[in-house]
Design a protein around this ligand. Structure first.
Ligand SMILES: Nc1nc2c(ncn2[C@@H]2O[C@H](COP(=O)(O)OP(=O)(O)OP(=O)(O)O)[C@@H](O)[C@H]2O)c(=O)[nH]1
Length: 541
């Protein structure tokens, strides 16, 4: 199967989708709130999908509700749901600390109610559940509240699925899916991808599975607009029985609709060992050691969350070593995400992610438009590990009161300069900036050399620097030796940065790692391109 969903395809799809919604509006329809429920395990790519939908929605009025597990509303921040919803006159509802794990209640219920009261203001509702939610119960509750649940999309991290399928909640998320997005295909081999597809086919009894990367799929695959203008016909009596869920039967590929699951008040396979463990009476501990408010029992057992917030910038080399040492070697850390403010790049906001099979990234998220801050959530099984991570981030704050910065020693300076020379001399790379102590970070207490660089692309061969550098970052960070951060937008060139810290790695080791990664990434990108013959001619002359 092909990997679907280039941006061009998505744009075409959103035009078709827009036309249908327009027809629907002019027919006076739209009295019910059509909705896609997006589910999937922690870090699988749900927010990435919502961002993709919002990015390609064109004129569609899409309202978004995001329910996060932890006590910081990171997803809403990333998606800017408050302004998206405010544009439709919808209330700005914060669902902080409101994991809708097993039912729609509390703040989440309030939010759904408010959105439903305003349903004439938008065309389509997208709800992203928390990564620990049981969508079977949530789907049932939403329907009983009057939400027209058109489609349940489950996002799967193809690389990490093996690791999470032993968890009952992850299985339930899959079994209810109308559509499974087999995401992160860029990180897995073809063999792994097809094994996962076979497994999904068996477990879901035939739900449609679509391969993708960064959830880039045509919009009408995940928003059920194909049949919005079709009236229910008398021949679809069985469909009528499911109030509001009219479109699935007529959807091309009837495997999309599994009425038995929507109808059932029990999770599928109830009575099996998996669903028994769903009822485990385990408690979640929040930062204050209290149960999270929306769930007294939780299917994930002793999963805990802790957060770190601060309004003092962090040091890049300390963050680097937290990621490569503590996070990479942790046994129970499942997910971390948040916003970073680094002293080396004080004007930009970075988004930190830790997910799946020990994958980490820190990416550019624009310039600060508010007072800068750090805000990170950690989710995992081992509270001690989470606490020491929280402490490590606290220790990586710079000392604002230190008036004199420590100068680099001669050895450090030589090593740093040597590294920059090596990377600059390699034609695969370009070094863009050397930011070091000489830039006058006079409030810093630990001074290290920070290098900004990227792989050189090849416009003639259609290989963009943004793609190359994004792949380089994923490759390098996935090995856990060094941690690269992306300090420019991927739409531009995705420049990478690293702080050379010879207390952890010497520059030779760092260069070996980078060079090997560059070779691997370039082989992948350039393997189907032909070398220009000009240089051959030159050589022959
Ligand atoms: N390499 C790669 N990374 C991806 C892909 N899709 C998403 N990611 C990354 O995976 C991480 C998690 O993505 P999110 O969209 O935040 O995942 P989520 O399911 O919303 O996470 P939770 O809400 O915490 O459960 C981020 O670092 C994304 O950039 C993909 O196709 N390939």
């Amino acid at each position: 199967m092909m990997i679907v969903g280039t941006p061009a395809e998505s744009n075409q799809m959103s035009l078709a989708l827009e036309r249908q919604i327009f027809e629907r509006r002019s027919n006076g329809e739209g009295l019910r709130a059509s909705c896609t429920l997006i589910t999937g395990f922690l870090g699988s790519g749900k927010t990435t999908l919502v961002r993709h939908i919002l990015h390609h929605r064109a004129e569609l009025r899409i309202a978004v509700l995001v329910n996060d597990y932890a006590d910081l509303d990171i997803d809403s921040l990333l998606l800017d749901t408050h302004s998206v919803n405010a544009a439709f006159g919808l209330p700005s509802v914060s669902l902080v600390n409101g994991c809708a794990c097993c039912k729609v209640s509390g703040k989440f219920k309030e939010a759904v109610d408010k959105v439903l009261r305003n349903k004439h203001n938008f065309d389509y509702l997208v709800i992203e559940t928390s990564g620990l939610a049981d969508p079977i119960k949530i789907a049932k509750d939403l329907r009983s509240m009057g939400v027209q649940l058109d489609m349940i999309v489950t996002v799967v991290d193809v690389e990490a699925l093996e690791k999470v399928v032993s968890l009952p909640i992850a299985l339930n998320q899959l079994r209810i899916a109308d559509l499974v997005l087999v995401n992160k295909c860029d990180l897995a081999t073809l063999g792994t991808i097809s094994d996962v597809e076979d497994w999904i086919e068996r477990e879901t009894k035939g739900s449609k599975a679509v391969r993708c990367r960064f959830c880039r799929v045509p919009l009408d695959l995940v928003l059920n607009i194909v049949n919005l203008e079709r009236k229910p016909s008398s021949s679809t009596a069985s469909v009528k029985a499911f109030d509001g869920v009219l479109s699935h039967e007529a959807f091309s590929g009837s495997a999309y609709y599994k009425p038995s699951i929507y109808e059932s008040s029990e999770p599928p396979n109830s009575g099996s060992s998996e669903s028994k463990s769903l009822d485990m009476n385990c408690r979640i501990i929040s930062e204050q050691g209290k149960d999270l408010p929306m769930s007294e029992t939780h299917p994930m057992g002793s999963m805990s969350s802790l957060s770190f917030t601060s309004s003092v910038p962090l040091s890049l080399n300390k963050v680097q070593s937290i990621v490569t040492d503590q996070m990479f070697h942790s046994k129970g850390l499942i997910r971390a995400k948040g916003v970073l403010w680094l002293k080396e790049n004080r004007h930009i906001r970075l988004i930190l992610h830790w997910s799946g099979k020990k994958r980490s990234e820190a990416t550019y998220n624009g310039q600060w438009e508010c007072p800068p801050f750090n805000s990170i959530v950690f989710i995992g099984f081992n509270m001690n590990e989470l606490e020491s991570l929280q402490q490590a981030f606290a220790d990586s704050q710079i000392d604002l009161h230190a008036s004199i910065s420590n100068p680099l020693s001669t050895k450090e300076r030589c090593e740093a300069n040597g590294f920059v020379d090596t990377i600059a001399a390699d034609s695969r790379f370009k070094v863009l900036r050397e930011a070091s102590h000489s830039q006058g970070e006079d409030f810093t207490h630990d001074n290290r050399t920070c290098i900004t660089f990227g792989l050189a692309g090849s416009p003639l061969q259609g290989i963009s620097e943004a793609d190359l550098n994004e792949a380089l970052m994923h490759f390098v960070n996935g090995r856990g030796v060094i941690f690269l951060i992306a300090v420019t937008s991927s739409r531009q060139d995705h420049l990478l940065q690293l702080a050379l810290d010879n207390t952890n790695n010497n520059s030779e080791d760092v260069w070996k790692e980078l060079s090997m990664a560059a070779a691997s990434v370039r082989t992948k990108f350039f393997k189907n391109t032909h070398r220009c013959r000009c240089d051959l001619k030159e050589h022959n002359h």
